[in-house]
Design a protein around this ligand. Sequence first.
Ligand code: ST9
Ligand code: ZN
Ligand code: ZN
Length: 341
Amino acid sequence: MTTVIDSKEAWTKDDSGQDDSGHATDEDEEVEVDLNKEDEAEVKREIVWGNVVKFIILHSLALYGLTLLPSLSLASWIFLFVTYQFSGNGITAGAHRLWAHRSYKAKAPLRMLLLVANSMAGQNSVYTWSRDHRLHHKCSETMADPHNANRGFFFAHIGWLMVRKHPAVMKAGKTINMADLEQDPYLMFQHRHYIKCFLMAGFVLPTLIPMLWGEDPTTAYFMAVVRYVSVLHFTWLVNSAAHLFGMKPYDKNIGPSENRLVSLLALGEGWHNYHHTFPYDYSTSEWGFRINMTTRFIHAMKSLGWAYDLRTASPATVAARATRTGHPELTRAGLREAKKA
Ligand code: ST9
Ligand code: ZN
Ligand code: ZN
């Protein structure tokens, strides 16, 4: 079943009446931090050198891993591609569209599958990821946004993971309602045992499995590093490139943009102007399956009966919003009209 949302307000509450997305609610009034007056110059950056060293080592290993690609067997190439898609969906279909935004519902087998995929992607626990992401939407492009794109491409991409968070992030973060995720025992298990889950799904299994078809374990390990670092960068591009480059059909007053290349690499998550305007939409775009592997995945799960209650914005809602705040001629309906004329 697909739920079409006609009213903008409809998505801020789930069935239990709790705010489920981290977006603007009445509670916003309680955020006392003057988010826009914080001056970049006043921010005392505290570099977390441990993370800097960690990322240098990780990228060095990934660069060495790239030199092994020509020696890969066909089976290992297929495995690399499948694990990129699988772990990527653990972020896109899992942490992002299911858990952070509750844009659809999933039965237990799908939730388990997505949790394994998410652990493989190694981007912090779903709980931590969703808390930061809900805050990213609620305080988008202010000092309380953990990866505020106004602080530049590098900060939004990777820099934010190498410095202590701005006090505004901590303060505004306390207004994020996480009760829905706290009630999920699977998620809290992953949160409590995160490092073990990550190492097992991200490195141990992807090193052991290719040995079944005779791959050298060292090569298999380096392929896991290449896959991990690639998926990290494809994800970070949503925070950097898709907040800086592209068209804005739905809301021209915000940074998030429609970026095809990012959508291709990030399994459909580059349609970021649409996503920030209609964050409850399970498809993060009005273009269906077009450059959107995650939407294809969710539909495959729906046909198995594992995904249901998919929420989406109606064409009328999209048209009304684009007319009010965006460029209606650049929306799907607008481009269709232009083609006819
Ligand atoms: C990674 C995450 O890569 C990537 C997220 C990307 C999001 C993209 C979104 C775009 C849309 C989706 C697109 C998907 C595309 C996928 C494509 C796939 C092909 N609210 O954090 P701490 C409080 S991770 C409320 O340590 P520091 C809280 O009390 C990469 N409160 O702050 C917390 O304690 P606890 C691997 C908050 O000390 C306490 O502060 N991971 C919030 O400033 C301390 O929190 C790493 O490299 C909040 N939002 O450190 C680890 N935040 O947690 C990187 C904090 O106990 N992280 N609090 O409740 C770190 O090392 C640290 O977080 C730090 C900041 C150094 C960055
Ligand atoms: Zn964003
Ligand atoms: Zn989002």
